[in-house]
Design a protein around this ligand. Structure first.
Ligand SMILES: *Cc1c(COP(=O)(O)O)cnc(C)c1O
Length: 318
């Protein structure tokens, strides 16, 4: 398990590598939720998502390595490339041939090598493992690693320093590194705080695993909350148990509900977020989440969405 001390050490270690992001009240969502709602604007983080916290902490903890590697082309790959550059470490992000050129360009713009290998994500991951085994690289996984979880947990400390009276935190949930870290930090400081995990109905691996009582695989389906897709690993070591023990409530959302949340944040709050980060607002709008007993904080986890896609969703009125 990851402790409060691990998370406080992570906060000291990554201070200067990450931004402290703004927290602001949302009058429109407070009205709908029946109590005060605040937005933790982590989509304003450098690289556009909270993943920079975990990647920076994990990379800064490494001893002598040839470099860092991973197979994520999403927010984690971007975060690891950025953290490696700050630490002066080479980074190789392994990708399959299916990954579009603009994503390769984005990785290389951060000073990392995008190594195109194989026809699937699994083959790209195999190359990351080979770099670890044979070339002395450290493979930094996206969620199931104590240093990654501790880094994400710094967000829990930051939220409670900005709003000590917070009564509940609504956290987007995929592999569970974010929820595990934030919940460990928040519950260490405030054991009575309510932790709500939120995923999409389509292909939520942690929800299915919690229901089964052990990690299970689910079919990966296309979703507006693309950063919430993917499995938790059948050999999950940490995040499954931590989410099981620390999460008080789980909310699942339809694609239409997520789209409505994304529109509301853009039109009423002026915040452009990706689908994964819109789930808290979506849950309130859908009547699945209320503010009870004190302020409810929605964690806006990332803002990396293709502008054309964002505009198209704004145009789709329901
Ligand atoms: C990765 C990610 C999540 C989910 O984090 P986990 O640690 O996998 O649960 C949520 N939102 C965004 C924007 C992400 O990139």
């Amino acid at each position: 398990m990851v402790t409060r001390e691990d998370i406080e050490a992570a906060a000291a270690r990554i201070d200067g590598m990450i931004r402290r992001t703004p927290m602001k009240p949302s009058p429109s969502l407070s009205e709908l939720a029946g109590g005060p709602v605040w937005l933790k604007c982590e989509h304003h983080q450098e690289t556009g998502a909270f993943k920079l916290r975990g990647a920076s902490n994990a990379a800064a903890r490494l001893g002598r390595v040839a470099g860092v590697t991973t197979a994520s082309t999403g927010n984690h790959g971007r975060a690891l490339a950025h953290a490696a550059r700050q630490l002066g470490l080479p980074a190789v992000i392994c990708v399959s041939r299916l990954v579009p050129q603009n994503k390769l360009d984005a990785i290389e713009a951060l000073g990392a090598e995008a190594r195109v290998i194989g026809a699937s994500q699994d083959e790209a991951f195999e190359e990351a493992r080979r770099l670890e085994r044979e070339e002395g690289f450290a493979l930094v996984p996206p969620f199931d690693h104590p240093d990654v979880i501790a880094g994400q947990g710094t967000l829990g400390l930051e939220i409670l320093s900005q709003l000590p009276e917070a009564a509940a935190l609504a956290i987007p949930l995929s592999g569970g590194g974010l929820l595990a870290g934030v919940a460990a930090a928040a519950k260490a400081l405030r054991p009575d705080i309510r932790i709500v995990g939120i995923s999409m109905e389509r292909g939520a691996a942690m929800a299915a695993s919690l229901a089964a009582g052990h990690p299970v695989e689910v079919e990966e389906l296309e979703t507006l909350a693309d950063s919430l897709g993917g499995g938790i690993g059948l050999d999950n070591r940490l995040t499954f148990a931590m989410c099981r023990d620390l999460m008080d409530e789980l909310v699942l959302l339809t694609e239409e509900e997520i789209a409505a949340g994304l529109r509301h944040l853009a039109l009423e709050e002026g915040e452009v977020v990706e689908g994964a980060a819109a789930v808290g607002a979506a849950a309130i709008l859908a009547g699945k989440l209320r503010a009870q007993g004190g302020p409810l904080v929605l964690l806006l986890s990332g803002g990396n969405i293709d502008p054309a896609r964002h505009a198209a969703i704004l145009g789709e009125e329901t």
